[in-house]
Design a protein around this ligand. Structure first.
Ligand SMILES: *[C@@H]1O[C@H](CO)[C@@H](O)[C@H](O)[C@H]1NC(C)=O
Ligand SMILES: *[C@@H]1O[C@H](CO)[C@@H](O)[C@H](O)[C@H]1NC(C)=O
Ligand SMILES: *[C@@H]1O[C@H](CO)[C@@H](O)[C@H](O)[C@H]1NC(C)=O
Ligand SMILES: *[C@@H]1O[C@H](CO)[C@@H](O)[C@H](O)[C@H]1NC(C)=O
Ligand SMILES: *[C@@H]1O[C@H](CO)[C@@H](O)[C@H](O)[C@H]1NC(C)=O
Ligand SMILES: *[C@@H]1O[C@H](CO)[C@@H](O)[C@H](O)[C@H]1NC(C)=O
Ligand SMILES: *[C@@H]1O[C@H](CO)[C@@H](O)[C@H](O)[C@H]1NC(C)=O
Ligand SMILES: *[C@@H]1O[C@H](CO)[C@@H](O)[C@H](O)[C@H]1NC(C)=O
Ligand SMILES: *[C@@H]1O[C@H](CO)[C@@H](O)[C@H](O)[C@H]1NC(C)=O
Length: 675
């Protein structure tokens, strides 16, 4: 029962809406996805931004866009006395002209028996009719033109900018210059081809037979007073079914014509357009007032300028990206003969590409490169410093180290700085480091005793050069197997000499300044932080034992190589410590010499150690090796103690990340080619 009542109420309520809605009604708040509801013809296209563009700025073209379904214009219920139905439409358009005042021709809202206009002409004919069928009553066309050119059937065209009502013809039965009314009678002029969005309303009253045409800017309400109000009996003009849409054309003058939104209704109010977010047609600045030659010249020049600018832009960008730009030089840098250009190193290493990394030492990565200028192979060590404090000292140091020349030293070619990066350039040594040859040999390659002995002698000679034979005393500070590179003739070359000192400069100089590698750090160095030639000798002693025994200075657990060799020495079986890989293929006398010298050099008391000159003499048997001082295990225990202390030191924050990374990185000592 209740259901029936509500159903009845519903029907009663629904009915008037249905009868009102008998006329066609549609709404396009933008034309996104409306291809299926529109018939587009000629030049007209749907823009991705959701607008219809009826024409572009090509001369003498036509564009049509019509709602694809026919619209019944007569109320069948009063067929005895046929009156054309009332209709209303509200739309938003824009006309973008080439240059102000020179655009053309125009667009027209059109009711026509067909959405197709075969034979229609552009220009003044607006794509609706042609010179033959203009003003034929058989056309059955109602149009409202928004025309920007006057002068139809006159000798010259003048600026139009008018709105007109057209019946079967492009001749207007009523027209007014484009304007809108504000506050009653005050008329505000409007420029149709400004490119701005313009609203238009066309209302036909089937009873009074008046057509009203109203326009206004996009941000205004519909003015109360229409621009045009014209009496016309559309019953004798329209046909039973009509198509509604837009037509536009260009001629000698050109404009782009856009329809942005559209709402239409027969017998009722059209749905409200949502004007809040309509797209704006592109406004082009144009130079169409110039002659074509000048235009071409301007275009050509602009292209050239643009290309040049683009090249300049990308070049600067490129330089910025790779950092060439930041290579600001201070006066003192210019005096440095060993300074490289960042650009050259960047090119040499192919932009520091990851595949060019040949080693990762404690201070940074090492890249292989080839200098473009000389074809020389180089190794570039890239160090990221947190601070450029001490840059000047750094450069001075490199300048002096660059003058070092010895066959057992890797030649330091120079340096370069870029922001926080320091680059140090060495000769490239192809065979990698001593520690890889001993601990990670490839293809079961075992370094023979002869080679090992030769390498140890070479290192000693390089260290002697650093300590005594050059104009200044250079302390290596990081003697270890991974800093010994082996060249093609199996000769050793020390690398990274003196560098550790560079880290004393600047911010970390106030800290303990201990730099080195666990296992090679002399006890007094760990205690005082003062490196000396004696601490280099200590590290060299450890290196001697390492090469002879084929063992790392510190093994797993409590194992300390020096202690172990000492123990065996005291029990008179020192040869049991020899690297088993040598398979007894060694000269016993030389082996004993190396092992005992190793013990002497790694004595816990600095003054008990020989100098490098003495070491070289012992190795060449120019001098008799003294008796090994039987420092006890208790004494050597201090070494492990100091190493433990050093470990502790590492974990405290008094050491900068810099230092700890250096030590942490190197102490793993398993890296290949660690330079
Ligand atoms: C139409 O779609 C495009 C993207 O496809 C969008 O950028 C534009 O805002 C849309 N226009 C309307 C009126 O929805
Ligand atoms: C467009 O056409 C589709 C089907 O083709 C229809 O569902 C939709 O209502 C139409 N939109 C308008 C505004 O007429
Ligand atoms: C303008 O439209 C015409 C007709 O569709 C087309 O042939 C021409 O290539 C278009 N020109 C431009 C610049 O888009
Ligand atoms: C048709 O128009 C005439 C005069 O314009 C008017 O008197 C009449 O009521 C109209 N008929 C309908 C059904 O609207
Ligand atoms: C003018 O248009 C009519 C109808 O569309 C067509 O039959 C006629 O051939 C056209 N005339 C010219 C000169 O194009
Ligand atoms: C158009 O035709 C009508 C008669 O059908 C005539 O009165 C009118 O003058 C014509 N207009 C033009 C511009 O030829
Ligand atoms: C047309 O304008 C006139 C005068 O402003 C007004 O009286 C009439 O109601 C309007 N007709 C329609 C259909 O808007
Ligand atoms: C309007 O035109 C129709 C059809 O031509 C005609 O029957 C009717 O009398 C006309 N009405 C007026 C008011 O002119
Ligand atoms: C109008 O469109 C905007 C964005 O498309 C939307 O946020 C807003 O709700 C719409 N307003 C109405 C009244 O539909």
């Amino acid at each position: 029962m209740a259901l029936a009542v509500s159903l009845a109420l519903f029907l009663v309520f629904l009915f008037p809406i249905c009868s009102l809605g008998q006329g066609v009604e549609f709404l396009f708040n933008g034309f996104n996805g409306s291809d299926s509801n529109l018939t587009l013809e000629g030049a007209s296209i749907l823009k991705p931004s959701g607008m219809i563009r009826l024409t572009n700025k090509t001369h003498n073209i036509i564009g049509h866009a019509f709602y694809d379904k026919p619209i019944n214009m007569f109320d069948k219920s009063s067929s005895s006395y046929p009156n054309a139905s009332s209709f209303s439409t509200h739309f938003v358009f824009a006309i973008v002209s080439s240059s102000s005042g020179k655009g053309g021709f125009g667009l027209a809202f059109t009711l026509s028996p067909s959405p197709h206009f075969p034979g229609a002409e552009p220009g003044h004919f607006l794509g609706i009719v042609n010179s033959t069928n203009d003003n034929y009553s058989s056309n059955h066309i109602f149009a409202v033109e928004f025309d920007t050119v006057n002068g139809f059937k006159e000798k010259s065209n003048t600026k139009g900018n008018h709105v007109g009502i057209n019946i079967n013809s492009v001749y207007s039965v009523a027209s007014e210059p484009a304007a809108y009314f504000v506050a009653g009678a005050h008329k505000e002029e409007m420029n149709l081809e400004s490119g701005d969005l313009i609203q238009a309303w066309i209302d036909y009253d089937g009873k009074t037979k008046f057509v009203n045409v109203t326009i206004a800017p996009i941000d205004k309400m519909k003015p109360d007073q229409p621009l045009l109000s014209h009496h016309v009996n559309l019953s004798s003009i329209l046909q039973q079914t009509m198509y509604a849409g837009f037509s536009a054309s260009t001629g000698k003058e050109v404009s782009s014509h856009y329809i942005i939104a559209w709402s239409f209704a027969v017998d009722g109010m059209p749905s409200k357009l949502n004007l809040s977010q309509l797209p704006n047609p592109p406004k082009e600045k144009s130079s169409s007032s110039y002659k074509p030659q000048i235009k071409a010249l301007i275009v050509a020049l602009s292209v050239v300028v643009f290309v040049l600018l683009a090249i300049l832009f990308f070049f600067t960008l490129y330089r910025k990206m790779v950092g060439f730009e930041s290579e600001s030089l201070e006066d003192w840098e210019l005096d440095c003969p060993h300074r490289f250009k960042y650009k050259d190193l960047y090119t040499a290493t192919k932009g520091f590409k990851a595949s060019g990394v040949i080693g990762a030492g404690g201070f940074g990565e090492v890249y292989k490169g080839v200098l473009a200028s000389s074809g020389c192979e180089i190794a570039v060590k890239k160090i990221t410093r947190n601070s450029i404090q001490g840059m000047r000292e750094f450069a001075a140091e490199i300048e002096s180290l660059g003058r070092l020349r010895h066959k057992n030293l890797v030649h330091l070619q120079g340096w370069c700085k870029k922001k926080n990066n320091l680059l140090i350039v060495y000769d490239y040594i192809p065979y990698g480091s001593l520690d890889t040859l001993i601990f990670e040999p490839r293809d079961n390659f075992v370094l023979s005793w002869e080679q090992r002995f030769n390498i140890l002698k070479g290192i000693a000679s390089g260290l002697l050069y650093l300590h005594e034979e050059w104009e200044q005393v250079v302390i290596h500070r990081d003697v270890k197997s991974s800093n010994v590179l082996i060249d093609a003739d199996m000769n050793p070359r020390l690398s990274d000499f003196g560098l550790a000192r560079l880290y004393d400069h600047g911010e970390i100089s106030h800290t303990t300044g201990v730099v080195g590698t666990i296992g090679y750090i002399a006890p007094e160095l760990a205690r005082t932080g003062k490196a000396s030639t004696c601490s280099d000798v200590f590290a060299y002693g450890v290196l001697l034992l390492e090469v002879a025994c084929g063992q790392r200075p510190i093994g797993s657990g409590e194992f300390i190589l020096a202690d172990w060799v000492m123990e065996n020495h005291q029990e008179d079986r020192i040869l049991e410590t020899v690297d088993p890989n040598l398979d007894s293929n060694y000269v016993v006398k030389e082996m004993k010499l190396v092992l005992e010298l190793g013990l002497i050099c790694s004595h816990y008391k600095p003054d008990a150690r020989p100098t490098m000159r003495q070491v070289v003499r012992y190795l060449h048997e120019d001098e008799q090796l003294p008796e090994v001082d039987n420092w006890s295990i208790v004494d050597s225990g201090r070494i492990s103690e100091t190493n433990a202390r050093f470990m502790q030191l590492l974990s405290t924050d008094t050491i900068t990340s810099y230092q700890s990374s250096s030590v942490g990185g190197i102490s793993c000592s398993s890296m290949s080619g660690g330079r």
